[in-house]
Design a protein around this ligand. Structure first.
Ligand code: ARG
Length: 462
């Protein structure tokens, strides 16, 4: 029998019941639902709205339900409409009339708005922890490869020499911004909606601030209609999750390339690669392909949330129940991807010789060759032209800038002298780029230190 049975002459059709029910996916919020209800009951007693003895019974009853769920002795009733109804019905089954007092001065609309916020608050922390671990892993790998020269690319064409450490630390920067975004979304979300009632607040003399303090919220929502209608925070978090997936997906794409025979810059540990059922030679980077593929579902979750909200009149509409699967999936997917990528990254083997060899082909020191002439007094545009014609000459004659003779250099321009070889060596090209943010080992070391410092500072923020 439904809780609202008084108003109805018929039982709800079983198909409608299944269609309407959200317990399959919102049951995961049981802990937060119970915590919220305990705070609410305590406040009701403090305000003299229910008896203290009743609040104590309710609290004990709810804690009993919580532990029975966690030990597995209380089974979920999947015919219940949602987690809120399930917990309340179970409480009433255990306590009788006292259980029925819990929902005084509350609606499921403000209750669900509370529960999702509390649930997502914890999830944000979990995502942030994982991202920090991934950044740490990147720093550790980078420390090993401060001098591992590789080609940097634009248009996927070899462009200028960098180091593997420099490349990895670019991702560390993206992930640090991701952490910041998740923290900001969490902070915006951390306002307490209980007391908004169904939409128009309540006539009971409740103390919303007290509930907010009990549950660790920074503030209370300022408008009851907004308090129950707002799902901005889901969009906010889904957007943050989407950008995380963009970053993981770009990184994954690079790893897929690096694992190919065409690059062979890295080799994944056997435990983090898979074979083929037919081709014995294959070792596939499935993890990264799946991460790349899963980005699509997270962007889809963001679109689903935006579309679900855009036409809704205030206040609550059942459409809003669709928020959960989308935001849960987005967060679950990110957690899954990050936690699988971390050990994959820490165990991958870097094949320095191949990186070095790729950097040595493709004229990635051409800019430095032009800069050499500039340092000898030539305007950059002229130096660019002279070097361009040298590159063309090399291509025609199967040479590289390193293997040209000094006579060939001098023929291109008399300003060239013996010291050109040092100026265009890959090591020089990297070491001389010591500008802040550049690939020189010292500059990257500074970068790693700064990243590690900011991770350390975050530990003390909490
Ligand atoms: N399961 C519902 C949801 O997730 C809870 C709120 C129900 N409120 C209502 N007025 N039907 O949105």
């Amino acid at each position: 029998m439904a809780l609202w049975a008084g108003r109805f002459k018929k039982e709800v059709d079983e198909r409608v019941n299944d269609f309407n029910s959200s317990i399959r996916f919102d049951f995961r919020m049981y802990k937060h639902d119970i915590q919220g209800s305990i705070a609410h009951a305590m406040m009701l007693a403090w305000q003299g709205i229910i008896e203290k003895s009743e609040a104590d019974l309710i609290t004990a009853g709810l804690l009993g339900i919580l532990s029975d769920i966690e030990t597995g002795s209380l089974e979920v009733d999947f015919s219940a409409e949602d987690v809120h109804m399930f917990v309340e019905a179970e409480l009433t089954r255990r306590l009788g009339d006292t259980g029925k007092r819990l929902h005084t001065a509350r609606s499921r609309n403000d209750q669900v708005a509370l529960d999702i916020r509390m649930y997502l608050r914890d999830e944000c922390d979990a995502v942030i922890d994982l991202l920090k671990k991934m950044v740490e892993t990147l720093c550790e790998q980078a420390e090993q490869h401060l001098e591992t020269v590789m080609p940097g690319y634009t248009h996927l064409q070899r462009a200028q020499p960098i180091t593997f450490a420099h490349h990895l630390m670019a991702y560390a920067q993206m992930l640090l911004r991701d952490i910041d975004r998740v923290q900001a979304a969490k902070a915006r979300m951390n306002v307490m909606p209980l007391g908004s009632g169904a939409l128009a607040g309540t006539t009971y003399n409740i103390d919303r601030k007290q509930v907010a303090a009990l549950l660790g919220f920074d503030d209370i929502t300022a408008n009851s209609l907004d308090g129950v209608s707002d799902r901005d925070f889901c969009v906010d978090i889904a957007a943050a999750m989407s950008l995380i997936m963009v970053h993981l997906s770009r990184f994954s794409e690079e790893i897929v390339l690096w694992c190919s025979w065409e690059f062979k810059f890295i080799e994944l540990d056997d435990a983090f690669a898979t074979g083929s059922s037919i081709m014995p030679q294959k070792k596939n980077p499935d993890v990264t392909e799946l991460v790349r593929g899963k980005s699509g579902r997270v962007f889809g979750d963001l679109m689903a949330l935006l579309t679900m909200l855009k036409g809704l009149p205030l206040a609550y509409n059942k459409d809003m129940q669709e928020d959960k699967e989308a935001i849960f999936d987005a967060v679950d997917t990110v957690k899954l991807c990050v936690s699988t990528m971390i050990p994959m990254l820490s165990t991958m083997r870097v094949i320095k010789e191949n990186m070095r060899a790729a950097a040595a082909r493709g004229f990635i020191n051409a800019t430095d060759c032009a800069d050499y002439l500039v340092k000898k007094g030539m305007p950059f545009r002229d130096a660019y032209k002279v070097t361009g014609s040298l590159v063309a000459y090399c291509i025609d004659n199967g040479k590289t800038l390193e293997t040209l003779t000094i006579e060939e250099y001098k023929q291109a321009h008399p300003l060239f002298e013996q010291d050109v070889y040092r100026a265009i060596s890959l090591e020089t090209c990297v070491i001389e780029r010591k500008v802040d943010g550049g690939p020189a080992p010292g500059a990257v070391k500074k970068q790693i230190q700064a990243v590690q410092d900011s991770l350390e500072a975050m530990k003390h923020e909490h």
